[in-house]
Design a protein around this ligand. Structure first.
Ligand SMILES: Cc1cc2nc3c(=O)[nH]c(=O)nc-3n(C[C@H](O)[C@H](O)[C@H](O)COP(=O)(O)OP(=O)(O)OC[C@H]3O[C@@H](n4cnc5c(N)ncnc54)[C@H](O)[C@@H]3O)c2cc1C
Ligand code: SF4
Length: 411
C-alpha cells in the first residue's frame, strides 16, 4: 500500500511538495483557509471608500478581501494570505533566484531551479508595455547610476494588462500562483493519519504549529519590511501599471516602483487621487530578530534596520526629486511586511538533508522558515526550489545526498 503524506499549507512551498510527492505517496493537503477570492473593487468605489474616511483600520480589508490577513505590531503591519494558494495569490509575481545563502551552507539547488524554469513561465515581457511614468522612472534611476533592471514575472507577463491589481488578485488570471499546482486542500478539523508530514504553513504558520507540537524554534524571524516613499504627480497613473516593473539592488535593500495599496487605502496622509500618486518601494533585508508564539508575532525594527531604512528613504527621495518632485512634497507610507521566515534556519549540518534534528524523522519543513536570513528580495522561487529538494529527499530520490527514508516512526 502506498504511504500517506500530509502537507500543511497550499502556498509556494506546500503546493510544490504536494505536486512532487504525488505518485510516491497518497498526498493530502491541509489548508486553513478557504478558496481564494480576489478583491473586486474598482477605482471609483475605492476612491469613494477613501473619501468616506471609513477606512481607518487595515483589518477591515478582510471585509472585501477575505483571504488577506493583516496583523499589527508596534512598528509595522504583517501581511499574509490564508486560503488556497496561500500568499502567492497576492504576490506581485516577481520570480528571482536568491539561493546564495543556502549555497554557502553547501546546498546546491541548480537542478531544482532548472526544473522551475521548465515549469513556470518567467519573463520580463511586460516591459514592452510599460506606461510613460514607468519609462521615465527607469530613465531617472539609470541617470542616477543606480543600474535598474526589469523584474522577471511569473506567469503570462506578455499579456499583462498593467492594472496594478496584483496584490488584490489578478482579475485576468495572468499571474502565476500556486493554485496552478494545487487546486483544493482539506479545510476544517479532521484526523488524518500519515507516514510523512511536511509543514509549509508559511513563516508565521509553521513556527506556530511547531510550538504547539512542543518543538521550539529560534527567535530569528525576519519579514522583509516594505516602506513606500511617494509624491504627487498629476495623472501619473501608476495605479494602472504592473507592480514592481523593475528593481535596483542595494546593500541590504531593494528599490522598485510600487503602487502601495495598503498606504493608499489606510494612511491618513495618502489623500491624493490614486492616479496622482507615484511611489518607490523600499524592501529591507531586516535583521533576524523576532518570534512567533501562538497567534502573536513579535517583530520590531532594530536600530540597524531603522538606520538602513533612513538611508534608503534618502535615496528614494533623491530619485523622486530628480523625477521632478519637490522633496518637501514627499510622503511616507505604512511599513508593512509579507516575507516571513527564518525561525528554523538551515545550518551547515542540516542543509544537506534539509532537516533539522529537532524535528521527528518523518516531519519536514518546506518554506522560508528554513532560510538562514532575510533575502530582502522576492522569495517564492527559492522556496519552491527548497520544497522540491525536500520532496526529493522524502521520496528517497536524491542520490547525491544522505537520504532519510520517510515513514519511519516519530521519536
Ligand atoms: C503583498 C505581497 C506581495 C508579494 N509579492 C511577492 C513576489 O512578487 N514574489 C515573491 O517571490 N514573493 C512575494 N511575496 C512573498 C510570497 O508570497 C511568500 O513569501 C510566499 O507565498 C510564501 O510561501 P509559503 O508556501 O511559505 O507560505 P504561504 O504562501 O503564505 O502559504 C502558507 C499556507 O499555509 C496555510 N496555513 C497556515 N497555517 C496553517 C495551519 N495551521 N493549517 C493548515 N494550513 C495553514 C495558509 O492558509 C497558507 O495558505 C509577496 C508577499 C506579499 C504579502
Ligand atoms: S498588473 Fe494586472 S494584469 Fe498584470 S499581473 Fe498584475 S493583476 Fe494581472
Amino acid at each position: 500500500m502506498r504511504k500517506r503524506a500530509i502537507v500543511v499549507g497550499s502556498g509556494a512551498g506546500g503546493a510544490t511538495v504536494a505536486k512532487e510527492l504525488q505518485g510516491d505517496f497518497d498526498v493530502t493537503v491541509l489548508e486553513a483557509g478557504k478558496d481564494f477570492r480576489r478583491a473586486t473593487l474598482e477605482r471609483g468605489s475605492i476612491e469613494r471608500l477613501r473619501r468616506s474616511r471609513l477606512l481607518v483600520d487595515p483589518h477591515l480589508l478582510r471585509l472585501v478581501y477575505p483571504p488577506i490577513r493583516i496583523r499589527r505590531t508596534p512598528d509595522m503591519l504583517l501581511v499574509n494570505g490564508v486560503g488556497t494558494g496561500g500568499t502567492t495569490t497576492m504576490a506581485t509575481g516577481n520570480g528571482i533566484r536568491m539561493d546564495e545563502d543556502v549555497r554557502a551552507l553547501g546546498l546546491d539547488l541548480d537542478r531544482e531551479f532548472e526544473e522551475i524554469t521548465r515549469e513556470i513561465p518567467i519573463t520580463t515581457a511586460h516591459q514592452l508595455r510599460w506606461h510613460p511614468t514607468t519609462r521615465h522612472l527607469f530613465q531617472t534611476f539609470d541617470d542616477l547610476g543606480l543600474d535598474p533592471v526589469a523584474l522577471p514575472k511569473m506567469g503570462d507577463a506578455a499579456r499583462c494588462r498593467h492594472c496594478a491589481r496584483c496584490m488584490l488578485g489578478c482579475p485576468y488570471g495572468l499571474k502565476w500562483d500556486s493554485r496552478t499546482v494545487v487546486t483544493r486542500g482539506i479545510v476544517g478539523h479532521q484526523f488524518v493519519p500519515a507516514d510523512l508530514v511536511v509543514l509549509a504553513a508559511g513563516g508565521f504558520g509553521t513556527p506556530a504549529i511547531l510550538e504547539r507540537s512542543g518543538i521550539g524554534c529560534e527567535p530569528t524571524l525576519f519579514v522583509d519590511p516594505v516602506l513606500t516613499v511617494a509624491t504627487r504627480v498629476p495623472n501619473a497613473w501608476q495605479c494602472n501599471e504592473i507592480e514592481m516593473p523593475f528593481v535596483v539592488q542595494r546593500d541590504g535593500y531593494i528599490l522598485s516602483p510600487y503602487f502601495d495599496w495598503i498606504s493608499s487605502l489606510f494612511h491618513p496622509q495618502w489623500r491624493h487621487r490614486l492616479q496622482d500618486i507615484v511611489g518607490i518601494m523600499i524592501k529591507l533585508a531586516d535583521e533576524n530578530v523576532g518570534s512567533v508564539s501562538g497567534k502573536k508575532v513579535h517583530k520590531l525594527l532594530t536600530p540597524a534596520d531603522r538606520s538602513r531604512l533612513d538611508e534608503a528613504v534618502g535615496v528614494a527621495t533623491e530619485i523622486l526629486a530628480r523625477f521632478g518632485a519637490d522633496p518637501h512634497d514627499v510622503f511616507l507610507g505604512t511599513v508593512h511586511a509579507g516575507h516571513p521566515g527564518g525561525m528554523l534556519p538551515l545550518t551547515e549540518a542540516s542543509a544537506s538533508v534539509v532537516h533539522d534534528d529537532r524535528l521527528p524523522e518523518n516531519v519536514f519543513v518546506a518554506d522560508a522558515t528554513l532560510f538562514p536570513r532575510s533575502l530582502g528580495n522576492p522569495p517564492i522561487l527559492t522556496i519552491i526550489a527548497l520544497a522540491k529538494r525536500v520532496a526529493r529527499i522524502c521520496a528517497g530520490k536524491d542520490a547525491g545526498i544522505r537520504s532519510r527514508p520517510a515513514g519511519r516512526p516519530s521519536r
